[in-house]
Design a protein around this ligand. Structure first.
Ligand code: CMP
Length: 139
């Protein structure tokens, strides 16, 4: 089925001017960028977005990283988009990511790992709604 997933190009990617390079990998995989904006997220937004990780030892570091520079938030659309984008991103830890994936190619570390993608259809809907209104998504 055609799905939508939520993506973030993280601060380590925007700082290194990798928006275009990563978008090319997304589009080459057959995903369509149907919404996109460059924003600075607030601490409240980052804490809310990552609230499932609140108890993790890296939570504070993760929030500080996500507000350290601009990010690009996106909605990606395509056949099986949620699983497909996870394949294109590669494993969370770039040292474990497969060749040709975004994280293997560009990520610096498990924390500064260049991209986020939703892990389920339920979370995709929640995450998209946190950053986009319906009329900003143009399929
Ligand atoms: P993401 O897919 O955005 O969702 C949760 C994030 O937590 C994950 O990517 C990583 O960037 C980050 N993360 C996971 N494990 C660690 C870790 N051990 N240290 C720092 N950050 C981590």
């Amino acid at each position: 089925a055609v799905e939508r997933t939520f993506s973030i190009l993280k601060p380590d990617a925007t700082e290194r001017n990798l928006t275009g390079a990563i978008n090319a990998m997304i589009e080459k995989a057959g995903l369509r960028i149907v919404a996109q904006k460059r924003v600075r997220i607030t601490k409240d937004q980052a804490e809310q977005f990552y609230s499932v990780h609140k108890a993790r030892p890296f939570f504070g570091e993760l929030v500080d990283f996500m507000i350290s520079a601009p990010v690009v938030v996106q909605v990606l659309e395509g056949e099986g988009a949620i699983a497909k984008y996870r394949d294109v991103m590669g494993a969370t830890d770039p040292s474990k990511a497969a060749d040709g994936t975004i994280r293997k190619t560009h990520a610096k570390s498990i924390g500064e790992n260049s991209v986020h993608g939703s892990d389920s259809a339920e979370n995709a809907a929640i995450e998209i709604a946190q950053f986009f209104s319906g009329n900003e998504i143009v399929g």
